[in-house]
Design a protein around this ligand. Structure first.
Ligand code: NAP
Ligand code: F7E
Length: 322
């Protein structure tokens, strides 16, 4: 029997790499969409590159998406590609809107035109809750985004809901809270801290400059969260889900936990630097994933402490190898 085909956009990113591994293990033919670059950016997928196929396509280019779907005839499309770094969204708000908001419509249009029976996953975000109107945040909590990124994700969410309701497409929006791993980009706070801790421990650096230590996030492990994406597309009906651990920690607690992993006092090394303070902040996020637990049977496996330890250990190992 032919393998089911899945298209993953954003395959070179953190989630794209974990999701591709999961889908390959489940017996899919996985096709990763990559945008053209002058140098390859395949570090996160180097270990599975021989097991799946890469095709060029760009969320900015409607025809490239249509041609890709016509060629590969996927059963499922996971739309993970986005400009995903919140501070950059203030510096490049228009580009962020093109990728993170309109890019979703371009992919949905391609699905509608080529084969409306394709199942579509949209990578939505807890950043949509922003200045929260309810705690904990769940599927019915109203949105109040606080950055151009958050605003773009709200658009992506509603256009996904709209294509489901207008064209009866199996389109779902997964509202995922922050999820991290040793493959997280170095500019995000978890990885910036674990990489910094490892460098300080190894004598390669002495101070770590950060922004708002009082912000609280509900941090989970990316490997657990990609499983929820797949589960959402296996349901009898398309529905949106919040994916979160239900536990919130401050950046200060994260810093203490990471420095604690190597027996260092964070107060000797962390400096607050105004350049990392955002024009508008999301102060506290904590999600309620009860619906996902009840309908998808999904629960996180890796705890906050385990995740921080895993990330510090991996950064130490990588930096020791040189
Ligand atoms: P990431 O590591 O920043 O990866 C983003 C991916 O999008 C990269 O593969 C990037 O390709 C690709 N991309 C960007 N612009 C593109 C374009 N115009 N055309 C095609 N590909 C493009 O992000 P992530 O952490 O894996 O997150 C995956 C998705 O989930 C994103 O949509 C993000 O906004 C969303 N999300 C993430 C979290 C989280 O905590 N990680 C939580 C909620 C939602 P290049 O390698 O070429 O740059
Ligand atoms: O910031 C604070 C910062 O950049 C977390 C993306 O994946 O998750 C991510 O967005 C918090 C913020 O993630 C530094 O002010 C302090 O309050 O790791 P972050 P984010 O903005 O929450 C959501 C769910 C997404 O969807 C996004 O794509 O940490 N913070 N000091 C800092 N943040 C950074 N980056 N750097 C600092 O030095």
């Amino acid at each position: 029997m032919a393998k089911p085909v899945a298209l993953v956009t954003g395959v070179t990113g953190q989630d794209g790499s974990y999701l591709s591994e999961l889908l390959l293990n489940k017996g899919y033919r996985v096709i990763g969409m990559v945008r053209r670059a002058s140098t390859e950016n395949f570090a996160r997928i180097a270990h599975i590159k021989g097991d799946f196929e890469l095709r060029q396509g760009d969320l900015l280019d409607q025809l490239s998406l249509i041609s890709l779907l016509q060629e590969i005839k996927p059963r499922e499309v996971y739309n993970l590609a986005a400009q995903s770094f919140v501070p950059t969204s203030w510096q490049q708000p228009v580009l962020t809107g093109e990728f993170t908001a309109l890019g979703v419509t371009r992919m949905l249009e391609a699905v509608r035109l080529v084969d409306p029976s394709i199942r579509f996953y949209q990578a939505s975000s807890s950043e949509m809750f922003g200045k929260v109107l309810e705690t904990p945040q769940k599927e019915t909590t109203p949105f109040y985004p606080r950055s151009p990124y958050g605003v773009a994700k709200v658009y992506g969410h509603y256009i996904t809901v709209n294509y489901r309701e207008s064209y009866n497409i199996f389109a779902v929006s997964g509202i995922l809270f922050n999820h991290e791993s040793p493959r997280r980009g170095l500019e995000f706070v978890t990885r910036k801290i674990t990489d910094g801790v490892a460098r300080i421990k190894l004598g390669m650096m002495s101070e770590l400059r950060l922004g708002n230590l009082d912000a609280h996030r509900d941090w989970g492990f990316a490997g657990d969260y990609v499983e929820a994406m797949w589960l959402m597309l296996q349901q009898p009906r398309p529905e949106d889900f919040v994916i979160a651990t239900g536990v919130s920690h401050s950046v200060r607690e994260l810093v203490a936990a990471a420095f604690g992993c190597v027996g260092l006092d964070w107060q000797q090394h962390v400096v607050v630097d105004q350049q990392f303070i955002r024009p508008a902040e999301v102060d506290v996020l904590v999600g309620d994933a009860t619906k996902a637990q009840q309908i998808l049977g999904w629960k996180p496996r890796v705890s906050f402490a385990q995740m921080v330890e895993m990330m510090v250990e991996e950064d130490l190992k990588r930096l020791k190898q040189g």
